[in-house]
Design a protein around this ligand. Structure first.
Ligand code: R5P
Length: 302
């Protein structure tokens, strides 16, 4: 039997997303079996190795996932895979890009180098690289490509029939790139706030020009929603300023159910996200975008 040239293997928690990517690439998919022993260790069993294997795993809630990824990559190499390309639509540990206090680990570099040693290529979506200007600084040897979901979020809002007087709102300066990229193709007005973070769930936000929202629909756009504190505070401000409605659209939705309840309590209506992280709020499938990025990475590999 000849070894297939290219297959995609993915972990159980994101099997539907991985299957959609395999379908977009017209390649076979198989699910990696991962089981936790009572002591917390993992047993990983990969499928047959192709010459090139696309490994799909989004790295939200990442600690155990990283170890299992290492085991899977190693098993695939042992089984004869010559090239491994990691598709991690959400790339973990990118926010800690500096030691903010003495002794802190610079997780972005450490995790980047760990993944760099496992695979030959990486595809990700909107990595949180605000002070690091290029993914190449995170992955010194692997061919790494980052794509943005902003156009697909804009398409979703257009398909929903968003009103022409709607305003796309970002909670902080870091969100400006997504806010502008979503608003521009729709020809919508934007507002961008300034955020002061005192703790994981303690943020203060000011939105200059917020009086413009009175009587108009607002759509809060951000790259990541984690505790929900940032957008809950933004929604409260927008409601107080008279917004007709406040909806939320995010690339990476990490928020657990209580965080969604907090957003609702703050006056948020629809909450939607891309499927970079499997979540009940997913309405935007990134498979076509990821397929193009995978082709791009494969073109650049030996
Ligand atoms: C920060 O730079 C990010 O873009 C998000 O605004 C932040 O991660 C959201 O976190 P949380 O939902 O915990 O407020």
């Amino acid at each position: 039997m000849t070894t297939p040239a290219l297959t995609l293997q993915g972990f159980p928690e994101s099997a539907p997303q991985a299957r959609r990517l395999a379908a977009a690439l017209a390649i076979p998919f198989s699910e990696i079996a991962a089981r936790r022993f009572p002591d917390g260790e993992s047993l990983v069993r990969v499928g047959d190795a192709a010459e090139t294997v696309i490994l799909y795993r989004s790295l939200d809630d990442p600690n155990a996932k990283l170890v299992e990824l290492m085991l899977a990559a190693s098993a695939l190499r042992d089984a004869g895979a010559r090239r491994l390309v990691l598709v991690a639509p959400y790339l973990c540990y990118m926010r800690q890009d500096a030691a903010f206090h003495a002794g802190e680990a610079v997780s972005q570099q450490i995790i980047g180098r760990f993944l760099d040693g496992l695979v030959d290529g990486v595809v990700t979506v909107d990595p949180h690289l605000h002070r690091t200007h290029s993914l190449a600084a995170v992955f010194p040897t692997a061919r790494a490509v980052a794509v943005s979901a902003a156009d697909m979020l804009a398409t979703r809002l257009r398909d929903k029939g968003l009103a022409g007087d709607a305003v796309i709102v970002g909670p902080d300066s870091e969100s400006r790139q997504w806010v502008e990229a979503v608003a521009a193709p729709l020809g919508l007005d934007v507002l961008v706030g300034a955020k002061l973070r005192a703790g994981d769930r303690d943020v203060t936000i000011e939105i200059p020009g917020i009086e413009r929202i009175a009587g108009r629909p607002a759509v809060l756009v951000d790259d990541v929603i984690s505790s929900g504190a940032t957008l809950a505070e933004s929604a409260r401000l927008l409601r107080t300023a008279g917004a007709a409605s406040v909806d939320v659209m995010a690339v990476h939705m990490l928020a657990p159910a209580p965080a969604l309840a907090m957003l609702k309590a703050a006056g948020v209506g629809a909450i939607e996200s891309a499927d970079s992280v499997p979540h009940d709020t997913n309405t935007v499938t990134l498979a076509p975008l990821l397929a193009d990025a995978v082709r791009d990475v494969l073109d650049g590999l030996d």
